[in-house]
Design a protein around this ligand. Structure first.
Ligand code: GLC
Length: 736
């Protein structure tokens, strides 16, 4: 019987070649039993055998594949394992529907790229797309069909460990980066064997956790949700993202994985997306912990009716969904809709044409850790670094120096540059900062290394050897920050100070009088006030992945001029949080002349340590001549303007020209400024470019008093400059 069904299926499908995608999907759906339909909605993780360090399906799961009761796995590694499991699904199950294999390829598979927050600081969407493209090439060669990336959560609270995983605090920049990553992962055609399905996560509002404490309550208005947290998801959907992942967290009382406003009203009815939605790990099971379901069966009903398509690891769909349908408690249409969306993705990936397209062992060996992949990782790293300070042009380093002291546990670390989501990346593939410098200078310059102290220890017993190394050198490079496991998922911090005694160490080194360069290696903004005040040169290097050290060496010696700019605000103190640039004016904005009864702290500054969009270069730039083509712009037209930017220094360099607007009067309060465009340009020393912009009035839309996404005529401030603070200003009027 089975054999004939299979033949019927194959013949139906083969005959269906000239059918539309929807028709193909429906022809498969029509053959499926209720249990097989539910099977497509079930995802399990591979287990982790710490002994053999392999990942195997958990007990009984191979049998469930054969029964058609599992549609997807996550955390399966390598072509061999993927092929073996796919073979069971395709050749042993009744209908032979292929599995889809997902994995967290967040910033690289084995070749590790800079963390996403670092990449965003490049403000170079083409480069970020290249990064995702290269990651997909390597991951797809290793059996991965689907990455749980890009993480597009807006983050305004640096205490939140996952701020490192996204693109920062701005909805527009976050949207540009979300689209770039989706295009990079999914390429031009998902049927190509080096493309993988992307997954925009975590839908939605996860970055707004109270106190920056991971998994904590999120309670934001619908307007804030739609204005700040949703735009990057919409950009991912518009870029054709094949899936989304729902968040652990609630929004105002409703967990995101149970949230019909998000999952049905917005995603399906407003955005018309047919991307399928996977839950985050066991979020359906966590409805019981949130307190919105008495048991897993009730939670299952809530999830499927909210439009959750695939259940990661809660067991709810596997155990109860068919039963709920048979009992008449869940309409089969929810299951059919979910199955359609998942089968559509599998067809788009080409898994029905060739279920083993991702299982080529020769390709896996040939592609993995290729030098071309490392070169791409370095290119991205170079543009991700942000120069925060460079007093008296201490950088780039003078070629005549004879010795350099390199200080800090992080300077020699081959693990921390991997960052918190290194997937299969291993320390052996990393060039540490110390190695990068040694490779660069060879015997030309003497490198004196001393650890000085651990990142997270109170032990100062090795300060002396560090100070001695500095005294024996012409210049000191001190690498400070966080270990890679101090940020990332479930790693929020209640303070933003340098951990341990690192600040005391750099203070002691500063006392030697030698020129000191601080290099930050961290996953979030840090309140480095003393360092910012006293150390002449400061580089924000984040975690740059496998080429961290070689990129830093090139930057220190001027073989590459830093061009990165911050996409998150650096506060001076954790008490200022939330502190972000696109804030509201309030009815009583701070008045420095008469601060009483205005919005300020009696005991602390209101200013950030470094503002959104901030970053220096080895050269300097001058902005002038901001000019509007016309002062009155009709709705539906473009705001056309130009600004002159001059390279007034002696290095050829890139500059990120930023465009902000302010809607001066509207039916609801509007931010004091909002990033709406940017261009990254290259200027030779002395060169001036007139940079032209054509801003579509569509970008002036917002959710008005009636929550309609609309344009309101009126006056706008237009601001252009090198960051969110130093801006040339003018005004225009939007007319109907
Ligand atoms: C984790 C993360 C999510 C990830 C998933 C699978 O808990 O929240 O981002 O994709 O589990 O690893």
């Amino acid at each position: 019987m089975k054999k004939y069904l299979l033949l019927f299926f194959v013949s139906t499908y083969v005959f269906a070649q000239n059918k539309t995608l929807e028709q193909k999907v429906d022809s498969v759906l029509a053959l499926m039993t209720l249990e097989e339909k539910v099977g497509q909605l079930v995802q399990y993780s591979a287990g982790w055998d710490t002994g053999t360090k392999t990942r195997e399906p958990k007990e009984g799961h191979e049998e469930l594949i054969r029964q058609g009761k599992i549609g997807s796995f996550l955390n399966i590694i390598g072509v061999e394992q993927t092929r073996r499991l796919q073979k069971i699904a395709v050749e042993k199950s009744r209908l032979g529907i292929p599995l889809i294999f997902g994995l967290d390829v967040i910033h690289g598979y084995k070749t590790t790229f800079p963390i996403p927050l670092a990449e965003a600081c490049s403000w170079n969407p083409d480069l970020v797309e290249l990064s995702a493209r290269v990651q997909a090439i390597e991951a797809s060669a290793a059996g991965v069909n689907w990455t749980f990336s890009p993480m597009v959560d807006i983050a305004r609270d640096p205490r939140w460990g996952r701020i490192m995983e996204g693109s920062g605090e701005d909805p527009y920049l976050g949207s540009v980066m979300a689209a770039a990553r989706v295009k990079g992962y999914q390429g031009k055609n998902l049927k190509d064997d080096n493309t993988i399905l992307a997954c925009a996560k975590h839908f939605a509002g996860y970055g707004a956790v109270e106190g920056g404490k991971d998994y904590n309550t999120v309670d934001i208005s619908e307007r804030t949700l739609r204005e700040i947290y949703l735009p990057p998801f919409k950009a991912a959907v518009d870029a054709g993202v094949g899936s989304l992942m729902s968040a652990f967290t609630e929004i105002g009382g409703v967990p995101s994985s149970a949230n019909k406003l998000l999952l049905t009203q917005i995603l399906r009815n407003e955005w018309h997306s047919d991307a399928f939605v996977l839950t985050d790990w066991n979020t359906i099971g966590e409805f019981l912990v949130h307190g919105i379901a008495h048991d897993l069966k009730e939670a299952t009903k809530i999830a499927i009716e909210a439009s959750i398509d695939m259940d990661m690891e809660s067991n709810g769909y596997h155990l109860y969904l068919a039963e709920l349908v048979k009992e008449g408690k869940v309409d089969i249409k929810y299951i059919d809709d979910a199955v359609r969306r998942i089968l559509k993705a599998k067809f788009k990936l080409g898994l029905f044409d060739d279920p083993y397209k991702y299982c080529n062992p020769e390709r896996e060996v040939k592609v993995t850790l290729g030098e071309d992949l490392r070169r791409a990782a370095k290119q991205v790293a170079l543009e991700s670094v942000v120069l925060l300070k460079n007093e008296n042009n201490l950088l780039p380093l003078n070629e005549n120096i004879k010795s350099i002291a390199v200080i800090g546990e992080l300077a020699a670390s081959k693990e921390d540059p991997l960052g918190p989501w290194a997937q299969q990346g291993i320390p052996e593939t990393v060039v540490s900062i110390l190695e990068g410098l040694k490779n660069k200078v060879g015997n030309r310059i003497k490198i004196n290394y001393a650890e000085g102290c651990k990142v997270d220890s109170e032990d100062k017993s090795r300060f002396e050897e560090a100070i001695d190394a500095v005294n024996r050198s012409d210049v000191a490079i001190v690498v400070i920050g966080e270990t890679r496991d101090m940020s990332g998922e479930a790693h929020s911090r209640a303070t933003l100070d340098l951990p341990g005694v690192q600040e005391e160490l750099i203070k002691e080194i500063h006392k030697t009088g030698k020129p000191v360069i601080a290099i930050l290696m961290n996953g979030r903004p840090l309140t480095i006030n003393w360092v910012s005040e006293n150390i002449p040169a400061i580089i924000e290097s984040w975690y740059l992945g496998c080429e961290h050290g070689s990129a830093i060496a090139d930057l220190l010696f001027g073989d590459f001029v830093p061009s990165g700019k911050l996409t998150v605000t650096f506060p001076k103190g954790v008490g200022q949080i939330p502190l972000y640039y696109n804030h509201k004016n309030t009815g009583r904005p701070y008045n420095p002349e008469n601060p009483r009864f205005t919005s300020y702290y009696i005991d602390f500054s209101l200013e950030p340590l470094y503002p959104f969009g901030y970053g220096l270069s080895y050269t300097t730039f001058e902005y002038s001549n901001l000019k509007l083509k016309t002062e009155k712009i009709k709705a539906g037209d473009f705001v056309k303007f130009s600004v002159d930017v001059t390279n007034t220094g002696k290095y050829e360099a890139k500059e990120i020209v930023q465009v902000y607007i302010r809607d001066l009067v509207a039916s609801v309060t509007r931010p004091v400024k909002e990033l709406k465009d940017f261009k990254k340009i290259n200027l030779k020393p002395g060169e001036t470019k007139t940079v032209e912009f054509e801003l579509p009035t569509e970008r002036l839309k917002f959710f008005d008093i009636n929550m309609n996404y609309s344009l309101e005529p009126g006056r706008f401030k237009l601001m252009v400059g090198p960051n969110s603070k130093d801006l040339l200003e003018t005004e225009f009027e939007l007319i109907n």
